[in-house]
Design a protein around this ligand. Structure first.
Ligand code: GLA
Length: 516
C-alpha cells in the first residue's frame, strides 16, 4: 500500500514540477501588433511571464523608439507611416524567447481591444487617487500586467461638484428626464463640492485627486497606461464637472499630463442635445476626437452612451475606438447575459480599431457602484468564467471591475489564462457571432487569424448537462482537431461530433482546426 502512495506522490510531483518548470521559462504574451499615429508619443509594455528577473530586448527598433530593458516598456515617436516589423526578446536565467511584432503607424489606435482596470465597480463614488494607485500596485504584484492588462482608468468622480446655487443645476433640470444615470442633483457628493475650473480654464481635481497630474507618470513608471473619465456634458453621471465648452482645454490637459485613454460619458449632455438624431448623438464625440487628435500623444477615445441610436453603426465616424453598446451591467446573470446576447449579430461592426463594448467585466469583488463598497460577486464562478469567455470571443474591451484588495486565486485564474486572452487579442479582430441554438445550448464562433475557429458552447440551463455537438451544426466537414482553451488540453481528432459536459450557465471554449 505504502509504495502505491509513494508512486502516486512521485507521479504528481513529477507532473507538477514539469508545469512549474514551463512556468519559469520566459513567454511573451499579448497581441502581435500595436497601432500608433505618426508623430505621436506612444507606449507599449511587452507582457511576458516567466521567472523574474526578466530582461527585455527589441531588435530592429525604428529610429525614435526605445525599450526599457528592465520593464519591457517600448516608447517613442515614429514620424513616417508604415508597418515596422520588430522582434521582441525576453530572457531570464532559464532561457530566452522571441516574438515577431509589428508597429503599425497609421491613423488607427487600439488595433486589438484595450485591456485594463476601471475604478467604477470597485470603488464607485468613493474613489480616491490613492486607492487607484494601490490597485495598480496590486495588479503588478499579482502579475496581471504580464498578461496584457495595461490601462488603469480613473472613473467618475475625480473633479469637483458645482455649488448648489450654481445656475448649471437649473439649466440642466429643464430637461432632466434626458439625463441618464446616477445624476441625483446638487447634494449627492458634499465632500467634492468646489470650484470646477482654474484661471486657465483647466478642470480642478477634487480633494481626493489633488495630484491627478502626477498619476500618468506614476502609471508609466510601473509600465501601465493611464486612463481618465469625463463627460461631453457640463456634469458627469455622478454630478461633478464634465468637459462641455472646454473640450480642447481638457484634451490638452489630459495629453499634457500624459493620459493614454479617455472614457467619455454622455450623462448630462442629454439635457443639451437637440434630439436623438445621429447628427446630435455623434456631435460631442466627434468634437472630443478632434480635440484629442490635435494633441501630441495618442489617446484612445472610449465612447460611453449606452448604445443610443445604434452607436455600433456609426461609432467609427465619431473618431472613437470603442463604444458601449448597452446601459450599465452588474453582477447578475440576467444583466451580463443581456449584455452579450445583444451582440450576437453585431460582429459586422467590429474590426481592428472599432470595438463593441458591453461594459466592464463582472468578475471578482464588484458592486461598489451601488453599495459604495465592492463585495462578493453574485455570479457563480462558472458564470464569471462565461463572462470572461464571451467578452474574449466578442473582441470586447476587457476592463476589470474587481477590487484588487479582494482578489482571490479563483478570480486571478480567470484573468490570467493567456490562451483565452489570445482569443480576444487576435490580430484579425473579428467578433464572435451566435451561429446556432439547440436544446438550451448556444454555439458562438469566432474566426482567428491563423485559420482556426474558436467555438463557445454555452449551457443556458440551470444545471450541468452533457451536450453533443455534431460538426454539421457549423457546416464543418471532415475531421477536426480540438483543443480545450481553458484547460489548455489537446483533446484529439474527432470525425463527426464531439460531446462534453458543460456546467450550469457555463461555457466550454474549444479551438477547432481542420485535420489533414
Ligand atoms: C455611467 C457609466 C458607468 C460609470 C458611471 C459613473 O453610468 O455608464 O460606466 O462611468 O456613469 O458615474
Amino acid at each position: 500500500m505504502k509504495w502505491i502512495i509513494y508512486f502516486f506522490t512521485f507521479l504528481s510531483f513529477g507532473l507538477n514540477s514539469q508545469s512549474q518548470e514551463t512556468a519559469l521559462l520566459p513567454k511573451i504574451n499579448g497581441p502581435r501588433l500595436y497601432g500608433a499615429r505618426p508623430g505621436k508619443i506612444f507606449t507599449y509594455t511587452i507582457p511576458a511571464t516567466g521567472a523574474e528577473p526578466l530582461k527585455y530586448e527589441v531588435l530592429n527598433l525604428p529610429k525614435g523608439v526605445k525599450v526599457n530593458k528592465k520593464n519591457g516598456v517600448i516608447s517613442g515617436v515614429i514620424k513616417a507611416p508604415g508597418e515596422y516589423v520588430i522582434n521582441l526578446v525576453a530572457q531570464n536565467q532559464f532561457g530566452k524567447t522571441s516574438k515577431s511584432f509589428t508597429l503599425v503607424i497609421g491613423d488607427k489606435l487600439a488595433l486589438t481591444p484595450p485591456m485594463g482596470w476601471s475604478s467604477w465597480y470597485s470603488f464607485g463614488r468613493n474613489v480616491t487617487l490613492d486607492k487607484v494607485i494601490r490597485s495598480a500596485q496590486i495588479m503588478k504584484e499579482k502579475g496581471l500586467q504580464k498578461y496584457g492588462w495595461s490601462v488603469i482608468e480613473i472613473d467618475d468622480p475625480w473633479t469637483n461638484q458645482p455649488a448648489k446655487n450654481d445656475p448649471i443645476w437649473e439649466k440642466l433640470k429643464l430637461k432632466a428626464d434626458g439625463v441618464y444615470g446616477y445624476y441625483e442633483g446638487p447634494d449627492n457628493l458634499p465632500e467634492r463640492v468646489g470650484s470646477v475650473r482654474n484661471s486657465k480654464g483647466e478642470l480642478i481635481p477634487n480633494k481626493f485627486f489633488t495630484n491627478i497630474k502626477k498619476f500618468p507618470a506614476i502609471m508609466h513608471e510601473m509600465g501601465f497606461k493611464a486612463g481618465i473619465y469625463s463627460s461631453p456634458g457640463p456634469l458627469t453621471c455622478g454630478g461633478v464637472a464634465g468637459s462641455y465648452g472646454y473640450e480642447f482645454v481638457d484634451a490638452k490637459f489630459f495629453a499634457d499630463s500624459g493620459f493614454d485613454y479617455l472614457k467619455y460619458d454622455w450623462c448630462s449632455y442629454g439635457s443639451l442635445a437637440k434630439n436623438n438624431s445621429k447628427e446630435e448623438l455623434i456631435k460631442p464625440f466627434r468634437l472630443m476626437s478632434d480635440a484629442l487628435q490635435a494633441q501630441k500623444r495618442d489617446i484612445v477615445h472610449a465612447l460611453c452612451q449606452y448604445g443610443m441610436g445604434n452607436v455600433w453603426e456609426w461609432g467609427n465616424e465619431s473618431g472613437g475606438q470603442l463604444w458601449r453598446t448597452e446601459g450599465d451591467v452588474h453582477d447578475s446573470w440576467q444583466s451580463v447575459r443581456n449584455a452579450f446576447k445583444k451582440l450576437s449579430d453585431k460582429a459586422v461592426y467590429v474590426k481592428p480599431g472599432n470595438w463593441n463594448d458591453p461594459d466592464i467585466l463582472q468578475i471578482g469583488a464588484v458592486g461598489a457602484q451601488s453599495s459604495g463598497k465592492a463585495g462578493k460577486n453574485h455570479l457563480t464562478f462558472e458564470e464569471q468564467r462565461t463572462v470572461m469567455s464571451m467578452w474574449c470571443m466578442l473582441s470586447a474591451p476587457l476592463l476589470i471591475g474587481a477590487d484588487m484588495e479582494q482578489l482571490d486565486d479563483a478570480t486571478l485564474s480567470l484573468l490570467t489564462n493567456e490562451e483565452i486572452i489570445a482569443v480576444n487579442q487576435d490580430a484579425l479582430g473579428k467578433a464572435a457571432s451566435l451561429v446556432k441554438t439547440s436544446d438550451n445550448t448556444e454555439f458562438w464562433t469566432k474566426e482567428m487569424e491563423d485559420g482556426s475557429l474558436v467555438l463557445g458552447l454555452l449551457n443556458l440551463s440551470n444545471e450541468e448537462r452533457n451536450v453533443k455537438f455534431p460538426f454539421s451544426f457549423l457546416q464543418l466537414d471532415g475531421s477536426q482537431k480540438l483543443r480545450n482553451l481553458w484547460t489548455k488540453v489537446d483533446l484529439g481528432t474527432f470525425k463527426d461530433e464531439f460531446e462534453t459536459a458543460i456546467p450550469a450557465h457555463g461555457i466550454v471554449m474549444l479551438q477547432l482546426r481542420k485535420s489533414n
